[in-house]
Design a protein. Sequence first.
Length: 308
Amino acid sequence: MEPQQTPEIKFAHTAFRAYGLAENAVITSIPTARSRTVLRAEASKDVAYIIRVSDSSTNHLLENEVHITTQLSKTNLQSAAIIPFSNKGMFYNEANRTVVVTRFIPGQHPVAGKVSIATARRLGTALAQFHSSVTSLPYSNADQLLSQSPTDWIKSELKIAKLADLEELKHVAHSFNDNDLPVGIIHGDFHTNNILIEGDKIALLDFEYSGEGVLLLDITRSALDICRSGNLFSEAKLKAYIAGYESIRPLTHAEWDMLGAAFAYATLVVANWFNKHGLVTECNQFISRGIVAMGLVESVRCMELMEV
């Protein structure tokens, strides 16, 4: 007897048939931290699709994703090919729900804490390509993790291992000033779980936090994950990551001046997210990496001086 299907999977089958795709596809749910539904459809041994379903509260995320994917298709980054529903557009709509179907992208996620120096450089280049090629969105200020205000930062009464580190981060982050910093469309959640690598190809995933923001915060937030060695932070990987980024878009003097404060700001925002979700160990590890990253700024800034 076949396992009972959830309402989400039943609806996905209905949508998949409406697209005229495989009638007997095997559809399974993919866990996601956000409110929209993501599923994988196995049409055959070699053909798979991703089905994204949203309601009226998250439809803007699907529209943004379609626009980002379209713009990335003009670069050498991999992007999921969108399957048009009809000659009238990309979306299938039924019962206040919207569906987008894309082809599944093969590849492996880089292992957090084990990214090589060479791969760190490639990923820095990939983020710069995103910043340079994705220049507009229909909802440019949608749900950004990095747009939180200082009032959202971690409170001292939470289970923080080193309160002195937390207070130092808060002190440095309060000096963050984005008045002279370049802005654009940021990924907002660029880390190893949202990246796929297949040979010389890199694919970027999960644009739910994408929107208009400060480019430097996107760099520092991502570096805190990608430039890890285990749970520690690697100076060599950080230098490679920034060098890769600058191969596409050199940092401005204002960005170099604000690099340490941007590391503190990004650390607090993401660590706060971990704490809100009960991930206290991850929060403490992120705080520790943020402290190390701030301490490396002067050494890394020698790269700017060498470019002058």
